[in-house]
Design a protein around this ligand. Structure first.
Ligand SMILES: *Cc1c(COP(=O)(O)O)cnc(C)c1O
Length: 399
């Protein structure tokens, strides 16, 4: 194919240009601090009894942090298992060399997918007898036992066996010769709510339902089956939720899902969102800024144009509601956030120049802006903020 030559006579073949030549910090990027993850895991694990295992939940590319990096440091910090949402996420981790047990938290329901999971040493979450039979057949086909986790619904109404049916069906499942039940679990729907320690709360009722069910199927004596219930919020409530393993996402990344957080817990956010100033301009009083002209300058105003927008995953409904940090000072974002850029009022600063780096999320000096702050302003939850960041933002590992 003939390449269009913009510059007549220039030998493009002699100077090939590759994407990798671009500095990851050329525009906007996410810095991921692996050691923060490691420390968070170590600290969270110190709240568990010695025998209780820690599953690091690294779905959605490690909540936007890069699942490979997160897994590596979580394992260093003492995580023994990993949780992903999809088949592809699991295979990606396996091909990056992760050898720990991996549980697929989403549902795999076709024979084809369950074979792929088996061949990649991924454990599926099983919510029905039908899926269990497929796994048993696959195990038989290979002359092996297919390792899996059974899930029961205790109040989330998402995946999982119906709890009443489970008690009968478990009898049948136990007789399957080509599966190995590695775990039985359930998922909490509301552990991050304020009333979760109240005995009548839905969280406590879920826990009791789960316990009752386990009692009825009498698995306590079977030490090969791992029982697990807690997400981050559940694990932080108290030990009653820990069982044999906890499945932790958000708090491992450095954010507590609970408002009232234990005083002797100090989580460190692992992510920092940074962007370069691409342009600076000064506008007069009464000048409209950005699409729709929703911001009008009330005085002569110095604006910095930042190379990041909603196509990078900054919610557009944060327009005019966020600040950025530069050298321990906060500057307000003004006007509508656009697809690829946004403006910041830097009036009075002589230090910010074209090419300066400002912080959108993370800490600098004694200032911190958290995804929890953005979530509040954007009327969502920090989980959604974290996994909204697009691949256009390079992930850069720092320590
Ligand atoms: C995402 C997920 C978790 C982790 O939840 P956090 O609140 O982020 O700790 C645990 N268990 C299941 C089944 C999940 O889907």
């Amino acid at each position: 194919m003939q390449r269009r030559k913009a510059i007549q006579g220039f030998n493009f073949d002699k100077y090939p240009f590759f994407e990798r030549d671009i500095d990851p910090k050329q525009r906007a990027w996410i810095e991921v601090n692996g050691e923060a993850i490691e420390k968070n895991v170590r600290q969270l694990r110190s709240k568990l009894s010695k025998s209780c295992q820690f599953m690091a939940v690294v779905k959605a590319d490690g909540y936007g942090h890069d699942a490979k990096v997160v897994s590596e440091y979580a394992i260093k910090g003492g995580a023994s298992e990993l949780g992903v949402a999809t088949l592809k996420e699991g295979i990606k981790l396996r091909s990056s060399g992760v050898n720990n047990p991996i549980l697929v938290l989403g549902n795999l329901y076709t024979k084809k997918d369950l074979i792929i999971a088996f061949k990649n040493d991924l454990m599926p979450t099983i919510s029905s007898l039908r899926e269990c039979l497929i796994c048993n057949n696959i195990g038989k086909q290979f002359g092996l036992k297919y390792s899996l986790h059974l899930k029961v619904d205790t109040g989330m109404s998402r995946l999982g066996f119906e709890s009443d049916k489970f008690i009968q069906e478990f009898e049948k499942i136990k007789s399957f010769e080509n599966i190995s039940i590695e775990g039985i679990y359930s998922h909490l729907s509301s552990a991050d709510e304020d009333n979760s320690l109240d005995p009548k709360s839905s969280t406590q009722l879920q826990r009791l339902k789960f316990k009752e069910l386990l009692k009825q199927i009498n698995v306590d004596s079977d030490h090969n089956i791992k029982i697990h219930l807690a997400n981050s919020a559940g694990m932080l409530l108290n030990k009653d939720f820990h069982f044999h393993m906890v499945r932790v996402g958000l708090s491992m990344y450095g954010y507590s899902p609970l408002e009232k957080i234990e005083k002797n817990l100090c989580l460190k956010p692992a992510l920092c969102l940074k962007v370069k100033v691409a342009f600076i301009r000064v506008i007069d009083q009464g000048v409209r800024v950005s699409y729709g002209g929703k911001f009008v300058s009330s005085r002569k105003t110095k604006l910095a144009v930042l190379s990041i927008g909603y196509a990078d995953g900054v919610p557009r409904n944060l327009s005019g509601k966020i600040k950025v940090i530069f050298k321990n000072k906060l500057y307000p974002q003004v006007g509508s956030i656009t697809m690829d850029q946004m403006m910041v009022d830097i009036t009075g600063s002589d230090e910010i120049k074209v090419g300066s780096t400002v912080v959108l999320l993370g800490s600098e000096g004694d200032k911190t802006i958290s995804p929890i702050d953005w979530a509040r302003e954007s009327n969502t939850i920090p989980w959604e903020i974290l996994c909204s960041f697009k691949n256009r933002l390079p992930r850069v590992q720092v320590d």
